[in-house]
Write a protein that binds this ligand. Structure first.
Ligand code: PLP
Length: 386
């Protein structure tokens, strides 16, 4: 059976060109970038080249890129580091209701440590109203954090507008751009952000590596203490092969982005149109226009997403749900809850995320099988009105 991977928002395979770029750094070029001999010098050069490639992709200076272990760590440094550096006993931060857990949980941790927060809502399409951010800020506000695009519903936020508001107020602006860097154009100047999180495994790089963009002059305290790597922002010997991989992935994204956006958008729209045509009571979650070119998220009335996913999986189709199974009890996704998706519909949410190797045949196969799967499950549902 052919496997069809439609979960590129969860992770992406390492691109063969990225893998080839990484391979020498496991064996021949194994040096520690902090060593002063030739092995160290070559490793240092490789790390700096990668820094340049990522900086070019997001339009910043190489010195403003700090390599980390991934999106989660970057989010943690951004939030905790900025709040601690502000030197306020009870500093305040503002986040959106649909942030990734890496931001939400960090916010909770900060709340436990005396830092107040305000959570701004989103509308039915998953969009933050910049005016809500303005209203949420207080004289104590140190930082605003609003993600660039949501990982579940793909909604792209009006960051440039929010960035203007935070700039006027002299408040730092962080964005979790894990779902956008490498997928759509990201320009730190255009977006007016001071801090931006990147994760390599979402753009065909390896897992366990990422980066944080820190605008020059931004006060941030490191979380890890030890050596002076990453200009003391992130102690610990660098993950050289991983960093080289992230750099290669950034260059590849730059080269192919426009073509991939157009290709994936066409496939995405075919899938959205096809589902609407063939399945009644299917509601698209997220904004139709301001949407990642690879995201399709539908709620199907009268079904449980776990059952849909299991039946798709049995046919070789790998997708994901809108709900997270926590300790055996189905909890509704906070994102779907925040956009006002009724619990009954949120339980039947299925996300398909497309990528470089998604083909027209893949999409046609989903459209061939999905209506039957939904019909079967609805026929067995005691509550669905046929
Ligand atoms: N932020 C968002 C929006 C994500 O989608 C993810 C990954 O799923 C992360 C953060 C975490 O990134 P990482 O897996 O590199 O820690």
């Amino acid at each position: 059976m052919r496997e069809i991977y439609l979960d590129y928002a969860a992770t992406t395979p390492v691109h063969p060109e990225v893998r080839d770029a990484m391979l020498p750094y496991f064996r021949e070029e194994f040096g520690n970038p902090s060593s002063s001999h030739v092995f160290g010098v070559r490793a240092r050069r490789a790390v700096d080249e990668a820094r340049g490639k990522l900086a070019f992709l997001i339009n910043c200076e190489p010195e403003e890129i700090f390599f980390t272990s991934g999106g989660t760590e970057s989010d943690n440094i951004a939030l905790i580091g900025a709040m601690r550096a502000a030197g306020k006993e009870n500093g305040h931060l503002v986040i959106s209701a649909i942030e990734h857990h890496a931001v939400l949980e960090t916010c909770e941790y900060l709340a436990d440590n005396g830092f107040d927060n305000t959570v701004v809502p989103v509308d039915r399409r998953g969009l933050v109203d910049p005016e809500d951010v303005r209203k949420a800020m207080t004289p104590e506000t140190v930082l605003v954090s609003v993600m660039h695009a949501n990982n579940e519903i793909g909604t792209i936020q009006p960051l440039a507008v929010i960035g203007r508001i935070t700039k006027e107020a002299g408040v730092l602006f962080h964005t979790d751009a894990v779902q956008t860097v490498g997928r759509v154009p990201v320009d730190v100047e255009e977006l007016s952000v001071d801090l931006l999180s990147v994760s390599s495994h979402k753009l065909y790089g390896p897992k366990g590596v990422g980066a944080l963009y820190i605008r020059r002059g931004t006060r941030i305290k490191p979380l890890l203490h030890g050596g002076s790597q990453e200009r003391k922002m992130r102690a610990g010997t660098e993950n050289v092969p991983g960093i080289v991989g992230l750099g290669a992935a950034a260059a590849l994204a730059q080269r192919d982005m426009n073509e991939e956006i157009a290709r994936q958008r066409t496939l995405r729209d075919r899938l959205i149109y096809g589902i609407r045509e063939s399945i009644p009571d299917a509601a698209l979650n997220g904004d139709e226009e301001r949407r990642l070119p690879n995201n399709v998220n539908f709620s199907f009335a009268g079904v449980e997403s776990e059952a849909v996913l299991a039946m798709l999986d049995a046919e070789g189709i790998c997708a994901s749900g809108g709900s997270a199974c926590t300790a055996g009890s189905l909890t509704i996704s906070h994102v779907l809850h925040s956009i006002g998706c009724p619990a009954e519909l949120a339980r039947g949410a299925v996300r398909f995320t497309l990528g470089r190797w998604t083909t027209e045949e893949d999409i046609e196969q989903v459209l061939k099988l999905l209506p039957d799967i939904i019909n079967k499950l609805r026929a067995a549902s005691p509550t669905y009105q046929h």
